[in-house]
Design a binder for this molecule. Structure first.
Ligand SMILES: Nc1ncnc2c1ncn2[C@@H]1O[C@H](COP(=O)(O)OP(=O)(O)O)[C@@H](O)[C@H]1O
Ligand SMILES: [Mg+2]
Length: 259
C-alpha cells in the first residue's frame, strides 16, 4: 500500500443475481483528498459506497481503511474505525427536532446514551455530544431551524442534516452519496464551503455527484465508474478530454463536455 492511503479497494466484485454490478474495482484514496466518484446512472456508485461502508457484502475483493482490512466488518465497527457516510435519500425521524436527530446519530455511533445505565460518565458523553451537535448544526447552517421538527425543513436542509449526523461520530473518512441532488443552488454553495472547511480540518472526502460544477468546485481528483468498472482517475479539468469518460457519458449526459 502507498504510505498515505486512507482507503484501498482491490479487485472488488459484486453481482445481484445475474446482474454483474461491479467487476474488479481497484482504487485508492489518499489522506486529505477530496475525491469525486462519477459515472452514469446505474454504473454502480451507490453499490460501491454501500459495500465500502458495510451495508452490502462484496462477492470478492479487499477493502482497507488506513491499512486495516475491513471487508465484511459491520457498519457500527466501521463508524468506530473512522468511516461515515450519507445517503442519496436522507431518511430520518420526522417528528424529532433537527437537534434531536443530530443527537440520535451520536447514540447510534457511540452507544453512549443507555437509558438503563445513566451514569455520570454517560451524562458527560451526552454533554459532549450536545456541544458537538450544536457546533455541527452551526457549521452546516442549521442553527436557525434546530428546534423545528425534521418534517418542517427543506430537502436541501435534510441533506445538510444528513451530513451533520454522519459527522457526529468524528469520522476521518466521510463518503457522501449525491449531496446536492435536488438541492437549491444557494445550499449547494453552502455544502461546497462546509466540505472544504471539513477537509481543512483533516477529514478525507469521497463524493458521489452528478453536478459537474460541484465536482469542479469541490474535488481534487475524480474517479469514473462505467458499467461497474473504473475507467478513469483524473483531475476534474481533465474529464472532458478523457476519451473513456466521454464515451461513458455519451448519450447519458452532455454536462461533462462543459466541465
Ligand atoms: N439491492 C439491490 N438488489 C438488486 N439490484 C441492485 C441493488 N442495488 C443496486 N442494484 C443494481 O445495481 C446496479 C447499480 O446500481 P447503483 O449502485 O444504485 O448505481 P448508481 O448509484 O451508479 O446509479 C443497477 O443495475 C441496480 O439496479
Ligand atoms: Mg446512486
Amino acid at each position: 500500500m502507498s504510505t498515505n492511503a486512507i482507503l484501498e479497494v482491490k479487485n472488488l466484485a459484486k453481482a445481484f443475481a445475474a446482474n454483474k454490478v461491479l467487476h474488479h474495482v481497484n482504487f485508492e484514496v489518499k489522506q486529505g483528498e477530496i475525491v469525486g466518484l462519477l459515472g452514469p446512472n446505474g454504473s454502480g456508485k451507490s453499490t460501491l459506497l454501500n459495500i465500502i461502508s458495510g451495508f452490502v457484502g462484496p462477492d470478492a475483493g479487499e477493502i482497507r481503511l488506513v491499512g486495516r482490512s475491513i471487508a465484511g466488518m459491520p457498519t457500527y465497527r466501521l463508524v468506530q474505525e473512522g468511516m461515515a457516510r450519507t445517503f442519496q435519500l436522507p431518511i430520518m425521524p420526522q417528528k424529532m427536532s433537527v437537534l434531536e436527530v443530530a443527537m440520535a446519530a451520536a447514540t447510534d455511533a457511540h452507544g453512549v446514551f443507555s437509558t438503563l445505565f445513566r451514569t455520570a460518565r454517560d451524562r458527560a458523553a451526552e454533554r459532549r455530544a450536545l456541544e458537538r451537535a450544536r457546533h455541527l448544526l452551526d457549521e452546516l447552517l442549521l442553527t436557525r431551524v434546530a428546534h423545528l421538527p425534521a418534517s418542517a425543513i427543506s430537502g436541501g436542509q435534510k441533506k445538510l442534516l444528513g451530513i451533520v449526523c454522519a459527522l457526529m461520530a468524528e469520522p476521518r473518512l466521510l463518503m457522501l452519496d449525491e449531496p446536492t441532488a435536488g438541492v437549491h443552488p444557494n445550499v449547494r454553495n453552502d455544502i461546497v464551503q462546509a466540505l472544504h472547511r471539513l477537509n481543512a480540518s483533516g477529514v478525507t472526502l469521497v463524493i458521489v455527484e452528478h453536478d459537474m460544477h460541484f465536482i469542479r468546485d469541490a474535488c481534487s481528483r475524480c474517479i469514473v465508474l462505467d458499467q461497474g468498472e473504473i475507467v478513469a482517475s483524473c483531475r476534474p479539468d481533465e474529464l472532458a478530454s478523457n476519451a473513456r469518460v466521454v464515451q461513458a457519458y455519451l448519450g447519458a449526459s452532455v454536462e461533462v463536455a462543459k466541465a
